[in-house]
Design a protein around this ligand. Structure first.
Ligand code: FUB
Length: 320
């Protein structure tokens, strides 16, 4: 089943992170601007300035817009580009994780907090120390630990961090070398810092070899999502310039993860970005495409489609 049409039509929304809080599905998306802009590989056209939070009684139910919950002007350390966010609940508080460029133009990840899942959220004065790049995904493991996954290449700057320091001239690795990898860090009990420096999330093929940079239909690009199903950990992500959503699995949240296959074939538009959530025993893929804007790749819209597992734990591939 799917909604077949955009869930939200009064504004452009993208990068939906969906979670069930208090029995409702809450969606934390990017808010694409309705302006005409030049497009480039640096992603300057994704000039988002605020976040709205949305909720539904169930994935096919009506959507409530809870309004603007955070604006760039209220994030002391950020200068521009509020990109894909995610949210978590722990110990009576809600945490919104979001990337933005700092005053030096370097992407960092910040946190904002609220007593309510629908916000409004108050930003911490500084980004998370040691954070970098874009696309945070926060994952609550069964043992009560929380992990933040993040990272994206090209405009997301992951290629600029290969030495451990930020190098604005950082290049993508050659095609025959291992691909760049998403990062993961365990979160502190107050959810505001990393307990250890971020580490690579290794993705290998079925022979145990790291995926190569030139393997564009399988290697990591951006938009990590972590979920757990029947004891298996699923790392799903966008392949970027191959325009698919794919996944890899492991028996623990840190990996290494073995590549398994495609979840979603390309959508209309350049980017593809998603989340996977369980609601009342059924699983759902939230994603975006550019159908509402007639294909303008930086004016996107959130959609939802039911996701099914096969008996061997693989995810049944979908078309948008
Ligand atoms: O929305 C801006 C960027 O586009 C996100 O951070 C990426 O994942 C891609 O969807």
């Amino acid at each position: 089943m799917s909604s077949r049409s955009p869930l939200i039509t009064h504004m452009f929304t993208a990068d939906p992170s969906a979670h069930v809080f208090e029995g409702r599905v809450f969606i934390y998306p990017s808010h694409d601007l309705d302006k005409d802009m030049e497009e480039n590989d640096n992603g300057d056209q994704y000039a988002m300035e605020d976040y709205h939070v949305f909720s539904q009684p169930d994935p096919l139910g009506p959507v409530t817009d809870h309004g603007q919950v955070l604006h760039l002007r209220d994030v002391p350390w950020a200068s521009q580009q509020l990109w894909a966010p995610d949210a978590a609940y722990r110990n009576g508080r809600y945490y919104l994780y979001f990337p933005a460029r700092d005053k030096q133009g370097v992407f960092r990840i910040g946190v904002a907090t609220s007593e309510r899942p629908e916000g409004p959220f108050r930003a911490e004065p500084e980004p998370i120390p040691g954070s970098l790049s874009i696309d945070p995904c926060v994952f609550a493991d069964r043992d009560g630990e929380f992990y933040l996954y993040f990272g994206g290449v090209w405009g997301g700057q992951l290629q600029c961090w290969q030495t451990g320091e930020f190098r604005a001239d950082g290049k993508m690795p050659p095609d025959d070398q291992p691909a760049l990898l998403p990062k993961v860090a365990k979160l502190s009990a107050d959810m505001l810092t990393f307990v250890a420096p971020p580490q690579d999330v290794v993705i290998v093929d079925d022979k145990g070899e790291k995926l190569k940079a030139g393997d564009i239909t399988r290697r990591y690009f951006e938009g990590p999502w972590m979920h757990q199903h029947n004891g298996t950990y699923y790392l799903s992500y966008s392949t970027g310039d191959a325009h698919t959503l794919v996944y890899a699995t492991a028996d623990n949240p840190l990996g290494p993860f073995t590549f398994r296959g495609t979840i979603l074939t390309p959508v209309l538009g350049w980017t593809t970005h998603h989340s996977i959530v369980e609601h009342n025993g059924r699983w759902w893929l939230y994603y975006h495409d550019a159908s509402l804007s007639g294909g303008i790749s930086y004016k996107r819209s959130v959609k939802v489609q039911e996701l099914f597992y096969e008996a061997d734990g693989s995810i049944r591939p979908m078309t948008p």
